[in-house]
Design a protein. Structure first.
Length: 331
């Protein structure tokens, strides 16, 4: 990026003298042109014609003032500055692992748990432009919805396409975590993180949650676990002959398991009981897992006063020529 700076910028205050000189010049002009009294003015003005020298008499002063302005600018030393930035990023690779079982449609969140989780996670993604982020979804099985990427527009589009029913119903927490670990294990990032969000108890999958956590620990991957659900009962969707009906049922989250998984890997467990709490949890994770950015700026200066000085010199020469030729006055 290139812009103009002044090495001796304080000299620009000298420009305030220009109005003073102009005012003094106007006052002197009035003093130098006293009025005359005539008994009859009609014949005088009909016979008197102003010459072209009269109209040009202020040009030398104007040239001198312009030259003075440019001389002040020259003293202030204008410079063009070319700034280049070298950014070094120690990125963080993050896999968001999202439970999409049917219980995630419970209405204790607005509009439901899954939609709230998607909205808050999308804000989290948008706030981390320097990190690679991916998405794993799980129910009775798990799969990678989006591999690690810095193209967050693509990730957010895929995120919005996530819905319950994409996989057979169930809650395979260990399977979901293992899939996320598999995506991160070969990463060269300075920090690797999994954010696992679920609202239930592990009841499917061929890998136990603790085994998956042990694998994550082996690869140095931190796991943050989030239990989603209000305390007590919540309206869950239930299939009936009349379609989906919502019935109040007890909220069951295996908090001891989620807490142990997080502690084993150096992460942390959170409980989200409403939309606001879920947003606060993501904000806290965002603060704990900050990308380190080092920025080095290089400045290149190029002097620009020469042109201003040359123009000022030419203006002074023009003033001198006019005063001693075309506009010369004889005492």
């Amino acid at each position: 990026m290139t812009h103009i700076v002044f090495a001796n910028g304080r000299w620009l205050w000298g420009l305030l003298l220009i109005p003073v000189f102009v005012a003094y010049y106007v006052w002197k002009q009035k003093e130098a042109n006293p009025s005359l009294t005539f008994s009859a003015v009609q014949g005088f003005f009909l016979s008197y014609r102003l010459s072209w020298r009269y109209y040009l008499r202020h040009v030398p002063f104007a040239l001198r003032m312009l030259a003075l302005v440019l001389i002040i600018v020259v003293i202030a030393r204008p410079q063009s500055t070319d700034t280049s930035k070298n950014i070094v990023t120690e990125g963080i690779d993050i896999m968001i692992t999202l439970d999409i079982s049917s219980s995630m449609l419970a209405k204790d969140f607005s509009p439901d748990r899954l939609a709230a989780a998607k909205n808050v996670a999308s804000e989290f993604i948008a706030g981390r432009p320097n990190d690679r982020i991916g998405l794993v979804v799980f129910s009775s099985e798990s799969f990678t919805q989006c591999p690690l990427t810095t193209d967050h527009k693509v990730l957010l589009n895929l995120f919005q396409g996530v819905k319950s029913g994409m996989i057979e119903d169930g809650t395979a927490i260990g399977q979901g975590l293992a899939t996320a670990v598999n995506r991160l294990k070969d990463s060269k990032a300075i920090s690797r993180v999994i954010i696992l969000l679920t609202d239930g108890v592990n009841n499917a999958g061929s890998i136990s949650p603790m085994m998956a956590a042990e694998i994550a620990k082996t690869y140095g991957i931190r796991v943050y676990t989030i239990g989603v659900g209000t305390m007590g009962e919540a309206p869950y969707p239930v299939q009936t002959p009349f379609g989906i009906q919502y019935q109040r049922m007890p909220v069951e989250i295996d908090e001891p398991l989620l807490r142990e998984m997080a502690a084993l890997t150096g992460g942390k467990y959170f409980r989200a009981t409403n939309n606001k709490k879920l947003k606060e949890i993501y904000q806290e994770i965002d603060k704990m897992e900050k990308t380190k950015i080092e920025m080095h700026e290089t400045y290149k200066y190029e002097e620009k006063y020469v042109l201003f000085g040359l123009i000022a010199f030419l203006l002074l020469i023009a003033e001198w020529i006019l005063k001693n030729t075309l506009l010369r006055t004889i005492p």
